[in-house]
Design a protein around this ligand. Sequence first.
Ligand code: UD1
Length: 420
Amino acid sequence: MEKLVIEGGTPLHGSVRISSAKNAVLPIIVAALLPETPATVVDAPELDDVRTICSVLESLGVVIHRNGREMTFDAAHIDRTEASYELMSRMRASFLVMGPLLAKKGHAKIALPGGCMIGSRPIDLHLKAFEAMGAEIQIHNGYVEASAPQGLKGAEIYLDFPSVGATENVLMAASLAEGRTVIENAAEEPEIVDLVTFLSSMGANIKGAGTNVIRIEGVKRLEGVSHTAIPDRIEAGTFMIAAAMAGGDVVVENVLSEHLKPLLAKLTEAGVKVVKEDIDRVRVISDGHIRSTDIKTLPYPGFPTDLQAQFMALMTIGSGVSTITETVFENRFMHAGELQRMGASIQIEGRKAIVTGVPFLQGAFVRATDLRAGAALTLAGLAAHGTTEVGDLHHIDRGYDHLVEKLQGLGARISRVGTN
Ligand code: UD1
């Protein structure tokens, strides 16, 4: 089994460059199903989730040309509209192909998705929206089958929750639907805005991205363009918390600090020095002494749920008591049990975790239970006394581009050992 071996207690120094955002690149690659001519993603991150979504597209007949981190997608000859369980169960975001397939082919048959086991994560909002746009939906034998033989029609869609995935799925479908679609209570995440930038440069007519009402006038066809996605705010936040926790002086490059306002505010509240050095550069200086601070996860622009586990790791060595409230996902505290194995004091009460800081964590063998939990345990290992081993690395490989090499570049004593 492969694992990370971390010798804790070394402060981090130097600079780290953040990759393109996983959660922007995935929907953008899916949106490459829509145009009639090839579309290119420049500087894609090297991630298992990116490999998975490429396999999904290839299984539908998309031809992909790879040149290092540049990928070109030719969807002129999509000849299948069915995505298998084998591919869908690897990653929930694969469900995003439903919107483009319905819009372009009038049919999609997709296995119910899998992905990180953080709560039940239904897809009801996606399906309700497609029904409102005239699709007929049937669920049978673990598959969702949707058809719109006469094509999708624009509709007024109110999302009960500002779901990122549902907003993206509807955006892609509505770009080629007939007439106007309005999404109310839409997600406002920067990754939505980036997807809309990509769709718009391909010829889509979309207004209001980044607000909670998005209006889309369907167009007849889209043309492929070349796109570089925004920096990964979650990867950037993970490195900032790493520096805060292990101590040291780290410059995070290729980060848009306006996407990380809640984290920067909370790190400052926790006694960490955060300096915005430039529009795309943030410096984090910490002596490892952390003040306990409360957080509550919320849809953007609130504190991101994808940084909750890493922030909890930081709070385990805080000087007092911190309350962490998770409102986006149910059951997203699996990392708490593993952190406890390293000596952390955490009590879970429903959607709240009460974290009482301890003077130090102790190295232990722990398992990544999901992607961000894996990151949190790695950070805990960097700050802990002694040796920490992190297993189940496939979760981390889904979403962190060369995490080990980047941490080594900052002086961390971390290595990957064993065989896959
Ligand atoms: C995306 C991100 C993920 C992040 C999450 C919230 C990608 C590839 N993944 O996931 O990293 O943690 O946003 O910021 O971009 N829900 C429903 N019905 C639905 C859809 C969602 O009840 O039809 C619920 C979910 O169960 C969850 C909440 O809404 O509790 C948020 O989900 P959503 O915003 O859709 O997250 P994802 O798009 O899956």
